[in-house]
Design a protein around this ligand. Structure first.
Ligand SMILES: NC(=O)c1ccc[n+]([C@@H]2O[C@H](COP(=O)([O-])OP(=O)(O)OC[C@H]3O[C@@H](n4cnc5c(N)ncnc54)[C@H](OP(=O)(O)O)[C@@H]3O)[C@@H](O)[C@H]2O)c1
Length: 331
């Protein structure tokens, strides 16, 4: 094992954080039972919040960020994995509670790793990663709660982003009628229309104060932005409709009323990709592998150099990003 690794590192300074791309001692940062040479990682919204210090994501300093990675095992003290195995990981505390994947190398215990099927590349799996798993879990929640493709319109918010884009594609593949909401319709309309036959709406039209109940519009919704947008969607959801609640780009707090729930039976289903059960993850991965091929994932993602992570994080937290961002970690 080489003595030095190249990594992003977040340290605590005064009351804030500082993020740098550094050469680190491998002995100090790779102390778990398996060491992986990381080929690709990704830049999730959560990573961007951590890297820019916009939200308290990191629970232990200093920490290597990155909630996803894919790479090759180069050392293992666990029989489950051997040298040369291709593996990937998402969530489960990576980049929050333990060192993550925005690095040339990562180190974890065996229970965090999944073997990467031979037919998939590291960039394919990172084109999905946490965003793909979240999108699939959100779609699965509709399916499991009797929202079938003929139920009516499904609204997807933040649709040009990673979770929203992948969810839009998955819904279309399954035959749902999709309405894509975007905060930058002029910039994103053609991109979103290229996914298939979908209607595109402007987020601005969902930022007013909602009424107690509004005209029913949505059989279901997959929401990544939260805040005022979610408040409005709740009041416009059809009887027995389901909303998969995934994100909080516009804020964690909502103010709502009980009428949509007790008069229409609207259901909010929380989606947690980071710590959902092993069985549920496996089911979601099997479904997503069936539904999205390499061409789909290439279209929904962009590869950047790992050194550009800080600049791209600023764009993400300012709502100026599009597609899923994969990082190339090999120097
Ligand atoms: N529950 C989970 O397990 C889980 C997993 C992954 C992510 N998430 C959460 O899901 C959310 C999205 O994550 P992501 O990785 O998809 O991020 P992303 O790729 O940056 O996408 C977020 C999208 O939200 C929209 N947006 C950004 N700023 C906005 C603003 N000010 N007003 C309205 N819309 C705005 C943008 O889409 P448009 O330009 O199309 O509006 C943007 O592309 C985040 O809150 C993230 O933490 C949750």
């Amino acid at each position: 094992m080489q003595k030095k690794i190249n990594s992003w590192l977040i340290t605590q300074v005064d009351k804030g954080t500082q993020t740098d791309y550094l050469e680190l001692d491998s002995g100090e940062f790779l102390s778990n039972e398996i060491i992986i040479e990381v080929k690709n990682s990704a830049l999730n919204y959560k990573d961007a919040l951590a890297i820019t210090g916009m939200a308290p994501i990191i629970r232990k300093f200093p920490l290597i960020p990155g909630i996803d990675f894919s790479g090759v095992v180069i050392q293992s003290k666990n029989k489950k994995f051997g040298e040369g195995d291709r593996v990937f990981a998402t969530g489960l505390g990576l980049g929050e509670l333990q060192h993550g994947g925005l690095s040339s190398h990562a180190s974890t215990d065996a229970d965090i790793l999944i073997k990467l099927p031979n037919k998939y590349t590291h960039s394919y799996i990172m084109g999905l990663g946490t965003a793909g798993l979240t999108a699939m879990l959100a779609v699965l929640a509709l399916h499991e709660n009797s929202i079938k493709p003929d139920a009516g319109k499904v609204l997807v918010t933040g649709s040009s982003g990673a979770v929203g884009g992948i969810a839009t594609k998955l819904l279309l593949k399954l035959g749902y009628e999709v309405v894509a909401m975007t905060s930058r319709p002029e910039y994103n309309r053609d991109y979103l229309k290229s996914f298939g036959n979908i209607e595109v709406l402007d987020t601005d039209d969902f930022l007013g104060n909602p009424r107690m109940l509004s005209k029913e519009r949505w059989a279901s919704a997959i929401d990544v932005v939260g805040g005022k947008v979610l408040e409005n969607i709740i009041t416009e959801t059809n009887r027995s409709g389901v909303i998969s609640v995934c994100g909080q780009v516009l804020g964690l707090n909502i103010v709502t009323n009980l009428a949509p729930f007790i008069l229409r039976g609207v259901r909010l289903i929380g989606i947690d990709s980071a710590f959902c059960s092993h069985e549920r993850r496996s089911r979601a991965w099997d479904m997503i592998f069936d539904l999205l091929d390499v061409k789909d994932v290439n279209y929904l993602s962009e590869i950047i150099d790992i050194k550009d992570v800080y600049e791209r994080s600023k764009l993400i937290v300012n709502g100026k990003n599009r597609r899923r961002i994969i990082t190339n970690n090999s120097n």
